[in-house]
Design a protein around this ligand. Structure first.
Ligand code: SPV
Ligand code: MG
Length: 433
């Protein structure tokens, strides 16, 4: 009987490195590829471009592969114990980073039946990370970007995004990827097109005064420098027929989702202390708006997320939950629950009951006013989408004011120079300079 050779791989972007490993494996016996599920990949690096099924189809047709099995976790334990392979082959790229802890466990397990681990030198100058960087430089087409939010949501229990209000803020986020203490990549999954930061960066109030044409100019600047999915803050969605047109416009541009809030008349920002100017929409009218938006959609991927203002307006938990039920029944693809409270307790209360809804949809929160809750807290509460809605513009404001003050104080810029990027680095940052 042929010896079993277990070959774990993500195989999102196939390159000669993969072929090299498979060739080595086939010289040793029966090649069983342990193909990482989307969930397994997303647990330590970016969500794959291709779905599991697509990757499986490709790997199965590569010469030398005898079988493809799913590896549903980052660690190899489950499959190694199940198939008890004689060999396991891995590229030497697992010595550092997020796979290093999984490697040690694999060694211990394989040793328990005398299995052997073989490390193959990773083909230099080629890796999915390098190809990914090149793809980012080429850019992304609208349809691909549009669908990418749903793909990410399917692969991860919780995702996070941050606001971008112009090209350069989006550029910072596009390229930011750090490793946490476990070597797991940390990055923002999507961009939030905040009405507050788009209006504020233009010196305008957040009352739906900055019109759709102007908002789209910001969107276009961001689309040109990023490949991440975008969730658009659609304010109240305006009048129902207007909302239908907005949905089509957003979809054409490749926006993945719109959030509309259940307010009517003059909209004020929800974080304002004075509630007297906000009016909540009726459930019936807002449901009709959601339904009309859903009917206007051109693709099945686009998402309409219904934002509930009951807690902001002091209407209580029951009202918020009733609305969540009604909005989901009207076709909402997700719910945003908003709160101004400093401890986030009412949000967590909402989650407890919301999570028991049989037709529960992804839940989004904007924790501006309860920043002490961590992403782990939100994950435990069942929240699926976190939006850091205004932190970039707020920090830019503080930094700009400090710099201007320093220049006035010292009557020169030398003292402020240590606080910002050099002019040359700024120039180098933007392609085409
Ligand atoms: C925004 O970012 O514009 C929002 C979130 O709508 S909030 O400002 O908290 O209302
Ligand atoms: Mg807003």
């Amino acid at each position: 009987m042929k010896k079993i050779v277990y070959v774990p791989m993500a195989a999102d972007i196939i390159h000669p490195g993969h072929l090299n490993i498979i060739k080595k494996a086939s010289e040793l016996g029966y090649v069983m590829v342990g193909l990482f599920s989307d969930k397994a990949i997303a647990s330590y690096k970016r969500v794959p471009f291709m779905s599991y099924e697509q990757r499986k189809e490709i790997i199965e047709s590569i010469k030398g592969v005898d079988e493809v099995v799913m590896q549903d976790e980052k660690d190899y334990d489950t499959n190694l114990l199940k198939y008890k392979p004689d060999f396991m082959i891995h590229g030497d790229d697992w010595n550092n980073g997020p796979l290093a802890s999984s490697k040690q466990k694999a060694i211990d397990i394989m040793q328990s039946w005398g299995g052997q681990i073989i490390e193959v030198k990773y083909t230099e100058n080629i890796s999915s990370s390098i190809i990914n960087k090149n793809i980012k430089e080429i850019g992304i087409l609208p349809q691909e970007r549009l669908g990418s939010l749903r793909n990410i949501l399917n692969a991860k229990p919780i995702i996070k995004g941050i606001e971008a209000h112009n090209g350069i803020s989006a550029m910072i986020i596009e390229n930011l990827n750090i490793k946490d203490e476990n070597g797991v990549s940390q990055y923002f999954d999507f961009l939030w097109l905040s009405s507050l930061t788009d209006s504020s960066s233009k010196g305008k109030p957040d009352i739906e005064f900055v019109d759709l044409t102007s908002r789209m100019a910001t969107v276009n600047d961001i689309l040109e420098v990023s490949t991440k999915p975008i969730i658009y803050d659609g304010d109240t969605g305006s009048k129902i027929p207007h909302f239908a047109l907005t949905v089509k416009r957003l979809e054409r541009l490749g926006i993945s989702a719109v959030v509309i809030e259940d307010k009517i008349g003059l909209k004020q920002n929800s974080l304002c202390e004075d509630n007297s100017k906000h009016t909540q929409d009726s459930i019936e009218n807002f449901c009709l708006k959601i339904q009309t938006g859903k009917q206007a959609q051109l693709t099945s991927d686009f998402m309409i997320i219904a934002r509930i203002e009951s807690l902001i307006l002091g209407k209580g938990l029951d009202d918020a939950l009733n609305r969540a039920k009604a909005y989901i029944e009207a076709g909402a693809d997700g719910i945003m629950i908003h709160s101004r409270q400093k401890d986030g307790k009412e949000i967590l209360e909402f989650c407890k009951i919301y999570n028991s809804f049989p037709n529960r949809k992804p839940l989004l929160v904007v924790p501006t006013n309860y920043p002490s809750l961590s992403e782990e807290d939100f994950k435990n509460a069942g929240i699926n989408i976190i939006v850091y809605a205004n932190q970039l513009l707020r920090s830019a404001y503080t930094a700009m004011k400090e710099t201007a003050t320093s220049i006035l104080t010292h009557k020169r810029s030398l003292e402020a120079d240590k606080n910002y990027i050099s002019a040359l680095d700024l120039i180098k940052l933007i392609k085409g300079n």
